[in-house]
Design a protein around this ligand. Structure first.
Ligand SMILES: [Zn+2]
Length: 246
């Protein structure tokens, strides 16, 4: 089973987007099911799926970002998933990129995911167009952005999209400078942007001069091979991983 948030020994320590803190999910599920139950952070599951079968298969050093309601992350170094001993770690969505900025579900201000998650983009675009924000990430791409950005050229929408990509690129460049990955894989709803000009707009920002410390050998940046299903595919690999919870 894969879940967003911080998971430790089968307990959801904190899942800001779900409004959950310290919940023994496995303990609850064991009241109803007798078979072994394993849970892991969703971004770590997705990263393992992409490492074993997907976009990171031929790379030893990679960063995985899942962009959806929030932003999750995982790092593969020397072919192995990096894991801290205490919690899930690599909560990239909660690194501060704007001190004193927007309030995040975690309680901090200015977190990366409050500016660069698909949820953040959806809020800004639907506010700008004055439409219902209860739309899927796929719909956001297929209808709103395509129509408003590339056909009708709505300047207000283009401005919000550009700002979103600015923040996303700043976060990605920070991760490049910290981990020096060979590849960065973008999953979650952002995987729907594969082959879309919006993805090229992001690459231009990340690859522009002086965006990162070491400019000479930038990482490859791609969308997840398994798109929004990488997490669930990775969850099937939990039994193959080192740390099991039951
Ligand atoms: Zn946060």
């Amino acid at each position: 089973m894969h879940l967003p948030g911080t998971i430790s020994d089968g307990v959801i320590v904190k899942a800001g987007n779900l409004g959950i803190r310290k919940f023994d999910l496995i303990g609850e599920l064991k009241k109803y099911f007798s078979n072994p139950i394993y849970i892991r952070n969703d971004a770590k599951c997705a990263a393992m799926a992409e490492k074993i079968y997907g976009a990171m298969r031929d790379y030893s050093d990679g960063v995985f970002l899942t962009l959806g309601t929030g932003i999750g992350g995982a790092v593969i170094m020397d072919g192995k998933l990096l894991e801290p001993k205490r919690y899930s770690g690599f909560e990239f969505g909660h690194m501060t990129i704007n001190k004193g900025g927007r309030l995040c579900s975690c309680g901090k201000r200015g977190c990366f995911e409050t500016y660069a998650s698909i949820k953040a983009l959806k809020i800004k675009i639907t506010e700008t167009l004055n439409i219902d924000c209860d739309i899927s990430g796929q719909y956001l791409r297929e209808v709103i952005l395509k129509r408003e950005v590339f056909e009708e050229k709505n300047e207000k929408v283009i401005k919000e999209l550009d700002l979103f990509l600015d923040y996303l690129s700043v976060g990605i460049c920070n991760l490049i400078d910290i981990f020096e990955p060979e590849i960065i894989v973008l999953g979650g709803s952002f995987a729907y942007y594969k082959g879309n000009p919006i993805f090229d707009m992001l690459l231009k920002k990340v690859y522009k001069p002086k965006a990162t410390f070491n400019e000479g050998n930038p990482p490859k940046i791609v969308t997840a091979k398994f798109a929004n299903d990488a997490g669930i595919i990775g969850a099937t690999l939990i039994n193959d991983l080192n740390r099991l919870y039951n």
